[in-house]
Design a binder for this molecule. Structure first.
Ligand code: HEM
Length: 328
């Protein structure tokens, strides 16, 4: 290779060599970049090129891991509709994972610009909307009689134990907004994260409403995730979505960004919970009596969005929007 070119490569950070050296082909340019890459990593390029020679061509099923994906549907009964229940939960978990994937980037240490924040929230909103709009798969898509049978094999598991759902809350808002309502007056103004964390609202779903004791559902959940949650909650106090918004320069707090944040808040904290609640009613109130939830919560009260009034960005709401939050 031309030594001028080599010299040039070492001097420039982002060489545009074909432009600089018009006789150079794209293939030569790529080889040069590869040489540079492996030289930087002190790796022999020849071994990697030889590897390329023998590597199998990628195909769809290996890349997407279709076989692995289809090996994850392990139902507990022979009722065909249990498969719908199980798979739709898996689909939702994947959607929620996409949400956290965007929120992780939106809450990067050091902050992001207003336009990056906008794009990331727009994507998070889109995935949440897919979850909300597709919930009919649950609400209308299963035979209530079958549901009424296979659900017994799931006690004491509950969708309440979705850690991904809880993580999204930590990414989005200050811990204060996740404190249970009845403790809010007492804890007003507190910066003590450990104290606030103790009163996180969703523990209410894990108290057996007959005995007031922690249900097995909550105990198991805490044992598995509480340490991770505590770390996440602390880490994101200074850089959750709301804090990212606050730290933007004034001219980047655009009306479009504010409107988008409010829409995302509505979909995550009102629209999805409402369609989820209507689904729970459809199945658990089917027949003569209201059935107890597999997680054991006082579910009709707990699941209604106007009960906890969970909101990520209350400061963006008008007085009227704030007062009517969570109503049907
Ligand atoms: C027939 C379908 C469903 C029924 C009857 C149902 C019922 C319930 C009930 C009764 C609760 C309250 C906690 C308890 O005592 O168990 C709950 C919580 C929850 N469920 Fe479902 N659920 C259904 C589908 C789903 C799906 C598909 C997801 C998606 C992951 C999901 C996610 C959740 C979450 C995240 C919570 C906690 C909500 C919160 O803390 O605000 N559920 N569900």
């Amino acid at each position: 290779m031309n030594s001028d070119i080599n010299q040039h490569l070492h001097e420039m950070k982002k060489p545009n060599l074909t432009h600089q050296f018009p006789t150079m082909t794209r293939k030569e340019e790529l080889l040069l970049h590869l040489e540079e890459k492996y030289a930087t990593e002190e790796q022999p390029i020849e071994a990697y090129l030889e590897g390329l020679l023998h590597a199998k061509a990628i195909n769809y099923w290996d890349y997407i891991q279709v076989d692995a994906l289809f090996s994850l549907q392990k139902t507990r009964t022979h009722f065909p509709d249990e498969m719908i229940f199980l798979m739709y939960h898996q689909v939702t978990e994947l959607l929620l994972k996409l949400v956290t994937h965007e929120l992780e980037q939106a809450t990067a240490e050091g902050g992001v610009s207003g336009s990056v924040l906008f794009e990331k929230i727009k994507r998070a909103k889109r995935y949440t909307e897919v979850a909300q709009m597709s919930f009919d798969v649950m609400r209308e898509g299963m035979d209530p009689a079958q549901y009424g049978k296979f659900r017994h094999t799931l006690t004491p598991a509950s969708g309440f134990q979705s850690a991904t759902f809880r993580e999204i809350e930590f990414y989005c808002t200050d811990l204060w907004n996740l404190v249970m309502n009845r403790k809010k007056d007492e804890l007003k103004g507190s910066e003590d994260h450990d104290e606030l964390f103790k009163w996180i609202y969703w523990q209410m779903a894990g108290l057996d409403h007959k005995t007031g004791k922690k249900s097995l559902t909550l105990k198991q959940f805490e044992e598995k995730y509480m340490k991770t949650f505590r770390k996440l909650a602390h880490r994101y106090q200074k850089r959750n979505l709301w804090q990212q918004y606050l730290s933007l320069p004034q001219d980047e707090k655009t009306p479009e960004l504010i409107a988008l944040m409010k829409e995302f808040d509505q979909i995550f904290n009102v629209k999805w919970p409402l369609v989820h609640l209507r689904t729970a009613e459809h199945y658990l109130e089917h027949g003569k009596e209201v059935k107890a939830a597999t997680g054991g919560s006082e579910w009709k009260k707990y699941l209604h969005p106007s009960y906890q009034r969970r909101m990520f960005f209350p400061e963006l709401l008008s007085k009227e929007e704030f007062e009517n939050w969570g109503k049907d």
